[in-house]
Ligand binder design. Sequence first.
Ligand code: E4P
Length: 220
Amino acid sequence: MKFFIDTANLKEIDEARSLGVLDGVTTNPSLISKESVSNKKEIHQHYISICKRLKNNENVSAEVISTNYTDMIQEGEELAFLHPKIVVKIPMIKDGIKAIKYFYNKKIKTNCTLIFSTGQALLAAKAGASYVSPFIGRLDDVSYNGLNLIREIKNVYENYDIKTKILAASIRHSLHIIECSKIGVYAVTSPINVIYSLLNHPLTDIGLEKFIKDFNKKIK
Ligand code: E4P
């Protein structure tokens, strides 16, 4: 399973890279707004800085903020032409589906975001989305089991040998990542603190402390 990091922060991307677990990056307008960018030029420059940190076969999803077809095409093309590692992230709305089809025909990769149902995932795949981003945590927040959605989409995609990749998003804790790996999704996109939380187990800490104590008792 691939580990994408859900951030627009260069330091966090570098941290994930240095941990050796980075396979790609996803951003969204809320994440971009946390960075020191205040206009389109700076945002584009920021995306280029992210791209420069990525290796072969890695990519970054850059989201359009337009919500009508014509503007989404223009904005998406601008993003795609910034760097070959950019995947255009498109919201799951009617004009978004049309835009995904347009980009599919132009061989520009897309990530359909804000997926909350299997029907939406099916439609995005039909239009030719390279990735779908179903939001687990936000579904859990409204008392719907987000992981069940991931299972259902995986099942439907397998029924028809659909090539669209599931990029499980809105990851809130380590169990989301573990369960996604059991389901067998292509990738999870997670904040760095959730990746770090995979490290934790009290028996690891106790075991390590004992190993070092035993060693130091005997060996000078
Ligand atoms: C990534 O594609 C999504 O935009 C992101 O995972 C949403 O996460 P959130 O629900 O924690 O904001």
